[in-house]
Design a protein. Structure first.
Length: 318
């Protein structure tokens, strides 16, 4: 019987070559994340995923597809599942519950830890209206993505896993994703890679992010099906948080973010020079409708300190 193709197994075999064995334990870990929500609409933006060593991702990939393929499903997308869109439209309620709980149990069995971070968009907007926060530090998506990376760093420190042995993968297509690459280089962590959602580990992130967003947006009043799934996840190793930005001055003061001049336009630029990304903020008077040519005197490099795992957790603490 032919084993179904697995992109994660492909990577593992590429690294081990003729020495590949299913019993091999690689000194490498991967963290995969996807987002739920959009920075321009909705109440929350959530980034979630999980960290596991490579061989466990291989097993998860195989088991996940083993659940989906008999139902004629190639990719699990939580929004389509909830809205009963194809290919989920023909599933009865018992089959829906069986499918969801099977996927949740695979996650709990195979990953080291599930991780999720969220920000309330109205709070982020209030801070950004007073300070040059998005341009100098992070737009909503990169902010919560960095918090998730901080959770991974904290886990790695606890388990003595070197930073360099962790690969970060995010679903491609999110708004402001380029800022994550600059943040990673600024904070001295591996620069994330961006992949299509069809990869199984990113579908894990999709399910986790959507579930966390549903819980937050509904004030915890969620259908019993998802309550049951979250209860199972909660019994495993988790780190799910909500960034507290209720005080609009707290985080900008800690980071030294400048106040926003209401008479000026600001634009963040991430420039790659000599192989390294550098963030800059271009500003010009609002009376000028067209952005002027970038001049050295109006190009400011944000002097934001490098963040340690403890810094990230402190900034995200409720």
């Amino acid at each position: 019987m032919n084993r179904p193709y697995s992109s994660v197994e492909h990577l593992a075999r590429s690294l081990w070559l003729s020495d590949f064995r299913w019993t091999n334990r690689m000194a490498m870990y991967s963290a995969y994340f996807d987002e739920s929500g959009h920075p321009d609409s909705g109440k929350y933006l959530v980034v979630a995923g999980a960290v596991a060593d490579v061989d466990q991702w291989v097993h998860l990939d195989r088991e996940w597809k083993g659940v989906l393929e008999p139902l004629g499903i190639e990719v699990f997308h939580a929004t389509d599942f909830e809205e009963r869109k194809r290919p989920f439209d023909s599933l009865s309620d018992p089959r829906r519950e069986e499918l969801l709980m099977s996927l949740v149990r695979i996650i709990c069995r195979r990953v080291e830890k599930t991780l999720s971070s969220a920000v309330e968009l109205s709070q982020h907007a209030a801070v950004n209206g007073k300070y040059v926060f998005s341009e100098c530090y992070a737009f909503p998506y990169p902010q919560v993505a960095r918090a998730c990376i901080g959770y991974v760093e904290e886990w790695a420190t606890k388990h003595q896993v070197p930073r360099a042995e962790i690969g970060y993968f995010f679903e491609d297509g999110a708004k402001h994703k380029g800022q994550i690459q600059w943040i990673a280089e600024r904070d001295g962590i591996p620069v994330p890679d961006f992949r299509e959602k069809k990869r199984t580990p990113l579908q894990v992130g999709d399910l986790l992010a959507w579930s966390h967003n549903l819980f937050l947006s509904s004030g915890g009043k969620i259908p019993s099906l998802y309550r049951k799934a979250l209860d199972v996840l909660d019994r495993s190793s988790t780190e799910w948080g909500l960034i507290d930005m209720s005080d609009p001055d707290r985080i900008p003061t800690i980071l030294g973010i400048p106040l926003r001049d209401p008479n000026m336009n600001y634009k963040c630029r991430v420039i790659k020079q000599y192989g390294k990304r550098t963030a800059s903020v271009h500003y010009w008077p609002k009376r000028q409708r067209i952005e002027p040519k970038v001049e050295r005197k109006t190009l400011v490099l944000p002097d934001v300190k490098r963040l340690s795992p403890d810094d990230v957790k402190r900034l995200a603490a409720e």
